[in-house]
Design a protein around this ligand. Structure first.
Ligand SMILES: *Cc1c(COP(=O)(O)O)cnc(C)c1O
Length: 313
């Protein structure tokens, strides 16, 4: 794995596109589908599979022995990086935000079991993201750093492959594409991968004032521009569906929505990203955002390991 672009296309082409049977979607007259990228790999799930693919390829090409990145105690990114490094035969290092806890999260227990070396750093130091080998006590030339969340051009380029494969699956049929956003590098990649006439809607899971909105849009634009050229922007960020903020316990009405969604569809959602994505789609559908008969495709970006950190009331 992590050999060439073709390998990623093959994996992405196996991901099923499923029609969802949901009462609220029927009532709004939208034909709602889900791309089950949560199923792409048992441990390296969802968009992190794509975002790490070319990063791992680059690390292997450089011939380094170690790969490192950042994240919190429930980071889908560190979880996936640990799994990816184990598959690629690279030693992984996770720099974790905050003091070492008495008991590791299930996420970090997995990461450690796959050989990741964890290093806890204070929140102050974490903010500086010192991507230097000294922090890990490793020789400079033997280490490849992946930014937090896999948010670099290689990460976005992996998601561009997802967009290209999805475009082929749609065979020219009209449909809007929806996905949850953290750094929105996935949004940039998918939008650059689909045809220029297709709209890609990103639902940020962060609670935002105007101060956060502009930098995120600018970063998305920067990645998107580097991946294709000369097109009209075919993506947008739709704010306000964070349901309480990143990693916060979802509000009660969201729990009800979550339970009902899973009951009707049998598709599991994670509370941090995909629950908020569908909450956003639901709100837009209720508001009549899509004309009746519209097809809408949601990308399941994975993250289900994070469910273990939440308990339903
Ligand atoms: C990391 C993650 C995202 C956000 O991806 P970005 O590229 O940072 O926007 C979305 N969904 C899930 C499940 C994730 O783990």
């Amino acid at each position: 794995m992590f050999d060439d672009r073709h390998g990623l296309v093959v994996e992405a082409s196996r991901v099923p596109l499923q029609q969802l049977s949901l009462s609220w979607a029927r009532e709004a007259g939208i034909d709602l589908w889900i791309r089950r990228d949560d199923l792409i790999h048992p441990a390296l799930s969802g968009n992190k599979f794509y975002k790490l693919y070319f990063n791992l390829q680059q690390a292997k090409a450089q011939g380094v022995g170690h790969i490192a990145s950042y994240g919190g105690a429930w980071s889908n990114h560190l979880h996936a990086l640990a799994a990816a490094g184990a598959e690629a035969g690279l030693k992984t290092h996770g720099v974790v935000r905050g003091e070492a806890p008495a008991q590791l999260s299930a996420c970090l227990v997995d990461a450690e079991s796959w050989g990741m070396e964890l290093r806890f750093v204070s929140r102050e130091l974490y903010k500086l993201k010192p991507d230097n080998s000294t922090l890990l006590g490793l020789p400079d030339g033997d280490l490849f750093w992946v930014p937090e969340g896999g948010a670099n051009l290689a990460g976005a380029a992996g998601m561009q492959v997802l967009g290209q494969v999805l475009e082929a699956q749609l065979e020219g049929r009209p449909a809007d594409i929806c996905l949850a956003c953290g750094t929105a590098s996935s949004l940039a990649g998918v939008a650059a991968g689909v045809s220029s006439g297709r709209k890609v809607l990103g639902f940020p899971v962060l609670k935002s004032g105007g101060a956060q909105q502009e930098p995120l849009a600018q970063r998305t634009m920067a990645f998107w521009r580097q991946l294709q050229s000369g097109r009209q922007a075919n993506w947008c960020l739709l704010w306000g569906f964070h349901g309480g903020g990143y990693g916060r316990k979802p509000k009660n009405n969201l729990f009800e929505f979550w339970r009902q969604f899973e009951g009707e569809t049998g598709v599991p959602l994670d509370p941090v990203y995909t629950l908020k994505l569908f909450w956003g789609i639901y709100c837009l559908a209720r508001l009549g955002y899509w004309p009746r008969g519209s097809r809408v495709i949601a990308i399941h970006t994975g993250g289900l390991q994070g469910r273990r950190g939440f308990t339903c009331p």
